[in-house]
Write a protein that binds this ligand. Structure first.
Ligand code: SF4
Length: 433
């Protein structure tokens, strides 16, 4: 049996390496100017070639999105991109525009094509149509429920199916949205979404603009602002067996724009969960997995449209901004087992009072920030973004009082190695009740 794939976003080369380190089976990337994300989340050719080589060495596949709705002026770039991607050995191209599809076929008719969720595939006949065109995989629309998903996968078993299981959701149908273009001139369909659906809005009666209407009240009085257009984030971790039973072979996590910390935490959590779901018996989500997902940036979680047709799904919480209890402190540059210390490349302010946690693929270790030193070994109490600092870490944790605070269900004993690129997070504060 072909095992289901955990597919993780890789916004740049560092995130690709992070995804591989924490357990992705495959990653998806952008490509300069052609993949519905701003340049901050797109690869140049050289980085992508390096990423493909490194990922393949670990048995991880790399798919690249060329899912822009191309204008005539972009077609030359598309053609060039396809040639380049084909040469570096990309494992699949994700697209939604039939014109781009045609160009991929013209350049390399053996290159696997994955149809993006932006193509809104919602029924069996549409899947058959794309199969006849030679599409190998379809990213099904998030608006389907799992019953419809199962009907589709059973009807066209020769097609591979991918489904989003985690991450932010658009309030517009399959992300086809004009809000950003209308309000800011930056179009989501050209990869430049400014996320205005996440902003706060007022409801105003036309003749009384000076008196905005309150949409919600709380015990302290009125709350005039409201996130009325914003969806909670998708989270299907509790229902992975149901997702697999519906015939999905690739479980996709959203978030090419998210941080390296998000990639580490969400990848390892879904790795643990998918391994457990594949085993198939008494699947349940332990408290520490939920806790992990609560420690990354989120807007509260929902199961979206997947569970039932009549479910209230795209809940918009009138008083809910982003929630995040931990943030990126830095990444491991090197571990020195002789000196029993790790060299941290700080990416945010780190102080001697911070609660620091080192994320490893199978476990989490507390770090003692009060013993932080500079590279010369002198104690310091503060490290700013860009500093390189040492933190003590021994792998005989009991002897040195370090604590394992949570971890996966597939742990093979204590890790003997602290990999370069491992993520260290810091506590930011409790989420609002
Ligand atoms: S504004 Fe919101 S709904 Fe529209 S494309 Fe951007 S993220 Fe999606």
């Amino acid at each position: 049996m072909k095992l289901p794939e955990l597919l993780v976003p890789a916004g740049n080369l560092e995130k690709l390496r992070t995804a591989v380190l924490y357990g992705a089976d495959a990653v998806y990337t952008g490509y300069e100017g052609l993949s519905l994300r701003t340049s901050q989340a797109e690869f140049g050719l050289a980085d992508l070639a390096t990423g493909v080589k490194e990922a393949h060495a670990k048995g991880v596949k790399v798919y690249t999105a060329l899912n822009v709705f191309a204008r005539n002026s972009q077609l030359k770039a598309v053609s060039e991109a396809v040639r380049n991607l084909s040469e570096i050995g990309i494992d699949g191209i994700i697209l939604s525009d039939p014109g781009v599809f045609q160009m991929v076929r013209a350049v390399n008719d053996r290159l696997p094509v994955h149809l993006s969720t932006q193509a809104n595939t919602t029924n069996v006949e549409a899947v058959r149509f794309w199969r006849q065109q030679g599409v190998q995989r379809i990213v099904l629309a998030r608006e389907l429920n799992l019953k419809e998903v199962a009907e589709i996968t059973q009807a066209v078993p020769e097609m591979e199916f991918e489904l989003f299981v985690h991450g932010a959701m658009c309030m517009a149908y399959s992300g086809r949205c004009f809000l950003s273009a209308a309000l800011t001139g930056r179009s989501a369909n050209q990869g430049e979404c400014t996320h205005p659906c996440r902003w706060e809005y007022l409801l105003v009666e036309k003749s009384r603009p000076e008196h905005p209407l309150c949409l919600e009240t709380d015990l302290n009085g009125s709350v005039p602002y409201s996130y009325i257009l914003s969806s909670k984030d998708l989270c299907m971790i509790k229902y992975l067996p149901e997702v697999l039973a519906a015939g999905i072979s690739s479980l996709k996590i959203e978030g090419r724009m998210k941080s390296v910390y998000y990639v580490a935490a969400v990848t390892r959590t879904y790795r643990w969960a998918l391994n457990a779901a594949i085993k198939g018996q008494n699947y349940s989500v332990p408290v520490d997995w939920w806790a992990e997902l609560g420690k990354i940036s989120n807007r509260g979680y929902t199961t979206g449209f997947y569970l039932a047709e009549d479910q209230v799904v795209t809940e918009t919480n009138p008083d809910f901004g982003y929630e995040q209890t931990y943030g990126l402190a830095g990444t491991v540059l090197k571990y020195d087992p002789t000196e029993e210390r790790l060299l941290l490349g700080a990416r945010n302010l780190v102080t001697a009072d911070d609660r620091l946690e080192l994320l490893l693929p199978e476990t989490t270790l507390l770090l003692d920030s009060s013993k932080m030193t500079d590279e010369g070994g002198s104690p310091i109490t503060k490290a700013h973004n860009g500093y390189r600092v040492y933190l003590p870490l021994t792998i005989e944790r009991e002897a040195k009082g370090l604590a394992k605070i949570d971890g996966g269900r597939n742990q093979q004993g204590f890790p003997g190695d602290i990999p370069e690129g491992a993520v260290v997070r810091k506590f930011l504060g409790q989420a609002p009740a």
